[in-house]
Design a protein around this ligand. Structure first.
Ligand SMILES: Cc1cc2nc3c(=O)[nH]c(=O)nc-3n(C[C@H](O)[C@H](O)[C@H](O)COP(=O)(O)OP(=O)(O)OC[C@H]3O[C@@H](n4cnc5c(N)ncnc54)[C@H](O)[C@@H]3O)c2cc1C
Length: 450
C-alpha cells in the first residue's frame, strides 16, 4: 500500500511509516496477540495532524470495510461498517428524505473517523456533535472481544470511544440516527458584517432562526475593515433535490507546487473578491448541499497549494463570556504576525452535551485559522494562539493539531486521564505520545516520589 494514501490532511507531518490491512489487525486483536502501542485505526486521513498517525506502530486501513448493514427508511437509523464514507451515507439516505444530523466541512470522512473525533458541523446549536446521534457501535479490543457499546451497554466504553481519537480499540461498525429533511438543497443567505462586534450582535439570533450558521472572516483586512466578514445561514429547502450529486470534483492539483501558492498578496485579493461576490445580495437563494457544506471538496488535493511543507490549522474554542475579548485578540495576533490565514471561520457552539468523554465543542465561540507552514515563525504564532486560548479557559482542537505541547492539551482537556484509563494498551497515536503520555509519565514520577 502506498504511504501517500496514509497521510494527514495538513501535510506538515509525514505519512504513516507502517500500514496494516484491517483483516490482519482484526485477527491479531481476536487472537490477543497485538503488541502494546502497535495499532491505530485510520479512516480517510482528513485529520490535519498526527492524531491519525502512529509512528511507533502501524495504522490500520479501515476504508475497505464499507458496507451498509441496514437502513430503516421509516426511522432513518442506518448501520454501516466503520470505513463507510459520509458521501456514500448521504447518497444512500437522500432518496428516502434523510441526511446526517451533523456533517463536518468535508464529506470524505469515514463513519469511524467522525465518531472517533466526535466531529461538529454548522448546526452545533441545534444538533450537537456527531456523537449525539450514535445509537450503538461495535468495538474490537485487544482482549479479543467485540464489545457492543451504547447508552445502555458498556456505557463507559461508549463515552470513551466517541471523541476517543481511536485509542479505545477498533470501531468495526456503528448505527446512527439520520435527520429527516424536506430536501438536500439549502436556502442560503449571506449577511455582511463590518467587524467582529457586529458578528457577535448577529450570531445568537442567527442560530435561533436557522438550522445552520457559520461566519467567514477576512482575516487580512486592516484599518476600518478589520474583522469584517460574511455570516452564512441556511435551512433545508422545502422543495429541492433528493438525489446526492456525485461527490468530489474534476478540478485537482495534480502536482505539488515547490512553494506556497496561497501567499499574502494572493489571499488579500481573493478575500476582497470573495466578500464582494458572496455578499452582493442578502436575499436567500437556493443552493446545492455540496457547495454549502463542502465547498473545499470542490478542489481535489487543494492542500497541496500550501507547498511541500504543508499547513497548520489552529482551531480554538473560547467560552462565551470571554469571546468578545479573546476572538479579536486571536485575530490580531495572527494579523500582526504577517502570516495570512487562507480560511478563517468563526462559529458559535451552544450547550448541547455530547455523550463523549473528550469532546472539543462546548458553549462558546470557535475560531479556525489555516497557516502555511513557515517553520519556527509559524510555530511561535501557534503557541501564542494556544496561550491566549487556554488563558481564558478555552481549548485547542487536538484533531486539527500537529504540534501543541502536553500542557496545552491538559488545559484544554483536564479529563484526559479518564480516556487514558480506558485506552486499549494495543493502541497508540503519535498525538497521544506527544501529549498525554508525557503527562502520564509526569504523573507516574510524582506518584513514585510520594
Ligand atoms: C476540508 C476539511 C474540513 C473539515 N471540517 C470539519 C468540521 O467542520 N468539523 C469537524 O469537526 N472536523 C472537520 N474536519 C476534520 C475531520 O472531519 C475529522 O478529522 C474527521 O474525524 C476525519 O475523519 P477520517 O475518516 O478522515 O479519519 P482519520 O483522520 O483517518 O482519523 C481520525 C481519528 O479517528 C480514528 N479512527 C478512524 N477510523 C477508526 C476506526 N474504525 N476505529 C477506531 N478509530 C478510528 C483515528 O485513529 C483518528 O484518531 C475537516 C477536515 C477537512 C480536511
Amino acid at each position: 500500500m502506498g504511504r501517500e494514501r496514509f497521510g494527514s490532511f495538513g501535510l506538515a507531518t509525514p505519512p504513516a511509516r507502517r500500514t496494516m490491512p484491517a483483516d490482519e489487525a482484526i485477527s491479531l486483536l481476536e487472537n490477543g496477540t497485538a503488541r502494546p502501542g502497535s495499532l491505530l485505526g485510520y479512516g480517510n486521513g482528513r485529520s490535519y495532524g498526527d492524531s491519525c498517525q502512529n509512528d511507533a506502530g502501524a495504522v490500520v486501513d479501515m476504508r475497505p470495510l464499507n458496507r451498509i448493514r441496514s437502513f430503516n427508511a421509516e426511522t432513518g437509523v442506518l448501520e454501516a461498517d466503520a470505513g463507510m464514507l459520509l458521501c456514500d451515507i448521504i447518497a444512500h439516505a437522500a432518496p428516502h428524505g434523510f441526511f446526517p444530523a451533523v456533517v463536518p466541512g468535508t464529506q470524505f470522512v469515514t463513519l469511524g473517523g467522525a465518531i472517533a473525533n466526535d466531529v461538529h458541523g454548522k448546526n452545533h446549536h441545534r444538533r450537537g456533535t456527531f456523537g449525539c446521534h450514535v445509537e450503538a457501535l461495535t468495538l474490537l479490543r485487544s482482549d479479543g472481544r467485540t464489545h457492543r457499546c451504547s447508552q445502555t451497554d458498556n456505557f463507559r466504553l461508549f463515552q470513551a470511544t466517541i471523541g476517543g481519537m481511536g485509542l479505545t480499540g477498533l470501531i468495526l461498525s456503528a448505527s446512527i440516527r439520520l435527520m429527516r429533511v424536506p430536501s438536500l438543497d439549502i436556502m442560503e443567505r449571506a449577511t455582511r458584517f463590518r467587524d467582529i462586534g457586529e458578528f457577535f450582535d448577529l450570531a445568537e439570533a442567527a442560530d435561533q432562526a436557522n438550522e445552520y450558521a457559520v461566519a467567514w472572516i477576512d482575516q487580512l483586512a486592516g484599518g476600518h475593515g478589520r474583522g469584517r466578514g460574511l455570516l452564512f445561514t441556511g435551512n433545508h429547502a422545502e422543495h429541492g433535490s433528493h438525489v446526492a450529486a456525485r461527490a468530489g470534483s474534476q478540478l485537482s492539483v495534480p502536482v505539488q507546487p515547490p512553494f506556497n501558492v496561497l501567499n499574502r498578496p494572493f489571499l488579500t485579493a481573493f478575500n476582497a473578491v470573495y466578500r464582494w461576490n458572496k455578499g452582493r445580495s442578502s436575499t436567500p437563494r437556493q443552493a446545492g448541499y455540496q457547495g454549502f457544506f463542502f465547498p473545499l471538496d470542490g478542489g481535489r488535493d487543494w492542500n497541496r497549494l500550501y507547498g511541500p511543507r504543508g499547513l497548520f490549522q489552529h482551531q480554538s474554542l473560547v467560552p462565551e463570556a470571554n469571546a468578545r475579548r479573546a476572538v479579536p485578540a486571536l485575530l490580531e495576533v495572527a494579523r500582526r504576525s504577517g502570516q495570512g490565514s487562507f480560511l478563517t471561520v468563526l462559529k458559535r457552539f451552544a450547550d448541547v452535551r455530547s455523550p463523549a468523554l473528550l469532546s472539543f465543542p462546548r458553549p462558546g465561540y470557535t475560531l479556525t485559522l489555516d497557516f502555511p507552514n513557515r517553520g519556527e515563525r509559524t510555530l511561535r504564532l501557534l503557541a501564542e494562539l494556544d496561550r491566549i486560548t487556554v488563558e481564558v479557559g478555552g481549548a485547542v482542537n487536538p484533531y486539527k493539531d500537529a504540534r501543541m505541547g502536553p500542557e496545552i492539551f491538559a488545559a484544554s482537556f483536564p479529563q484526559w486521564h479518564r480516556l487514558e484509563a480506558l485506552r486499549d494498551p494495543a493502541f497508540m497515536s503519535s498525538f497521544w505520545t506527544r501529549t498525554a503520555m508525557r503527562l502520564d509519565v509526569g504523573h507516574r514520577v510524582a506518584e513514585a516520589a510520594e
